[in-house]
Design a protein around this ligand. Sequence first.
Ligand code: HEM
Ligand code: HEM
Length: 127
Amino acid sequence: MISRASLGFVLSSVAYMVTGAFLGLYLLLAGESRDLNWVHAHLNLLGFVSMMIFGVAYHALPRFIGSPLHSDRLAELHLLAANAGLLGMVGGVVFLEGGAVTAAFAEVEAASTLLFAYNVTMTAANR
Ligand code: HEM
Ligand code: HEM
């Protein structure tokens, strides 16, 4: 059975892939935009690529390691924080032209990686 966090990450990834691809197409057709170039890069890299990795890793790593994931609740918190952080930071760049609120979301996004690092490390340590 796939966990809620794994499924959430895989479905999020697919949504960011489609959004990122069409934004890329828009960039190609409409031309240069530094902000939208950045939004496109991060929707694809933090959204599509990273979230697919998180979704698959939360499912596969415990099976490779041979012990259950340290915490499903932390993985769900990671799902929430990674999505809120990414949507907030790209939304902030598009609608607020950056600033403190955008930076706060970027900090949430950066902090969310610690949840993944901690959970995977504890799982690998068999705890
Ligand atoms: C339909 C799919 C895609 C299209 C049409 C597309 C198109 C574009 C375009 C037009 C640019 C702007 C280039 C420029 O003005 O310098 C760009 C930049 C970029 N794209 Fe995509 N892209 C697509 C998918 C992806 C994917 C899947 C990824 C990553 C997994 C990706 C990563 C990037 C990155 C990192 C940049 C910024 C590069 C830089 O710093 O100049 N793109 N893309
Ligand atoms: C908390 C997460 C992250 C934050 C807050 C962040 C923020 C930034 C910022 C501020 C820039 C410079 C933009 C500029 O000077 O115009 C940048 C560029 C870039 N970042 Fe990130 N980043 C994050 C994560 C990542 C990750 C995980 C990847 C790759 C997997 C990545 C790939 C890139 C690339 C390729 C560029 C150059 C793209 C471009 O603007 O053309 N970033 N990022």
